[in-house]
Design a protein around this ligand. Structure first.
Ligand SMILES: [Zn+2]
Ligand SMILES: [Zn+2]
Length: 410
């Protein structure tokens, strides 16, 4: 049975008119609608007559959860999933993002502009180019599209590598380069000062690294950025890249803003993500709630590795930096593992994980088709400088689909 249902995301605790539109002739036929709440509660059933291939019903969605709407016309039957949300979450946009990727300006393969355009092609709403030691490539990507309206928001970023410290960090959205500060007296003196204050707690061989991380995360915050602690359980050259005592210290002090819970590991390395997930769960019980993101850490968009495998789903007012930052701080970000051909896994706070699974299954695959179109246009724009109007129109299409899916005029 071929039919479309709108809206698919509704407000919890009230009635909403749900319309079912059949693709083929069903006029005058009676349809049996059954609404099943996934988390328990009363099942609702009613019989309605189909008029002009449409049947509508004011259905009551008691609380925030997923629902199945079953349809039966004679021997023909089908079902569709819907989701009811509390008011706070209903008004937030579901957004896909990747805050960690490399280009040909460090050890990646594509230009910053091409990597950015390609990210829109796979449905990203916000990204940062984060080349090793370099902040400029992220600015280059922003500049490439500064004159056009696109659904993709590109932020400044860099992967930072302080001298003598193995910890990889991301400066996401900060207004300056942290990498450039490492030779400065501000950094050298600053780290020494932190070592003096915190030194007595920390074994001497890791004292410098711990102090350097604290300095970096503090400095990122001062330039209005978000500090990401990257891939803590990366196994390389027969051991974890970061000494486990340093990882423990960073979790204990809570000095970073967000954990890269799902990092860009190749298929042979995904155990490291499993370890970080377990570590995160343990440390949340021990210390505090910890915000998370998922990142691709891709080094090329066409080599079939990492690009699009891991990403973040955020729930925010918009894809402006302040709104993404707020989503991170309020734990409204989830980390997604979506290896090609394998089952998707989502991690984060339970409420958002449940909702993200629904979106990844029911919403993003359709919405992302519009993003794919826009991504292609962005790629053409890099070479020709043409198509601004078409890009803006296509960006609006993706948002129109969201409005239809949510039944909102916003
Ligand atoms: Zn790294
Ligand atoms: Zn990286």
């Amino acid at each position: 049975m071929d039919f479309k249902v709108f809206p698919r995301i509704v407000k919890a605790g009230r009635r909403t008119k749900i319309s079912v539109k059949f693709a083929s002739q069903h006029d005058g036929v009676s349809a049996e609608l059954t609404l099943i709440p996934s988390e328990g509660g009363d099942v609702f059933k009613e019989n309605l007559s189909i008029k002009r291939n449409i049947v509508s019903s004011e259905l009551f969605f008691s609380k925030e959860m997923e629902y199945t709407l079953m349809l039966k016309c004679g021997t023909d039957e089908g079902s569709v999933r819907l989701y009811a949300l509390e008011d706070d979450l209903f008004w937030l946009k579901p957004l896909k993002g990747d805050l960690h990727m490399h280009t040909d300006q460090s050890d990646g393969e594509d230009t910053p502009a091409f990597a950015a355009a390609s990210s829109r092609e796979i449905g990203m709403d916000f990204i940062a180019i984060t080349d090793h030691y370099k902040y400029e490539p992220s600015i280059e990507a922003i500049h490439a599209f500064r004159d056009i309206n696109t659904g993709l928001n590109i932020f400044p970023g860099e992967e930072i590598h302080p001298p003598g410290n193995r910890v990889h960090m991301i400066n996401f959205g900060g207004s300056q380069s942290i990498n450039k500060m490492f030779g400065s007296p501000e950094y050298i003196e600053g780290v020494k000062k932190i070592e003096k204050i915190t030194g007595h707690d920390i074994p001497e061989d890791i004292r410098h690294s711990c102090a350097s991380c604290i300095w970096c995360f503090n400095r990122i915050r001062k330039i209005n950025g978000i500090g990401v602690f990257c891939h803590p359980h990366w196994f390389v050259y027969n051991k974890y890249d970061v000494d486990e005592r340093i990882t423990e210290y960073l979790f204990k002090t809570g000095c970073f803003d967000v954990l890269e819970l799902i990092g860009g590991y190749h298929k042979s390395e995904t155990e490291s993500n499993g370890l970080t997930v377990a570590y995160w769960a343990d440390r949340q019980l021990k210390y505090r709630k910890i915000p998370v993101i998922g990142s691709g850490d891709s080094h090329g968009v066409t080599n079939g590795r990492l690009f699009g495998w891991y990403y973040t789903v955020a729930f925010a007012q918009s894809n402006a930096f302040e709104d993404i930052a707020e989503a991170v701080k309020k734990f409204r970000t989830t980390a997604v593992e979506a290896l090609p051909g394998e089952a998707v896994h989502v991690y984060g706070q339970f409420r958002y994980v449940k909702y993200a699974y629904f979106l990844i299954r029911e919403y993003f695959p359709i919405r992302d088709l519009e993003c794919a179109e826009e991504g292609k246009l962005l790629k053409e724009y890099i070479n020709s400088g043409k198509g601004a109007e078409k890009i803006s129109k296509t960006a609006k299409k993706a948002d129109s689909f969201r409005k239809k899916f949510f039944d909102v005029i916003k």
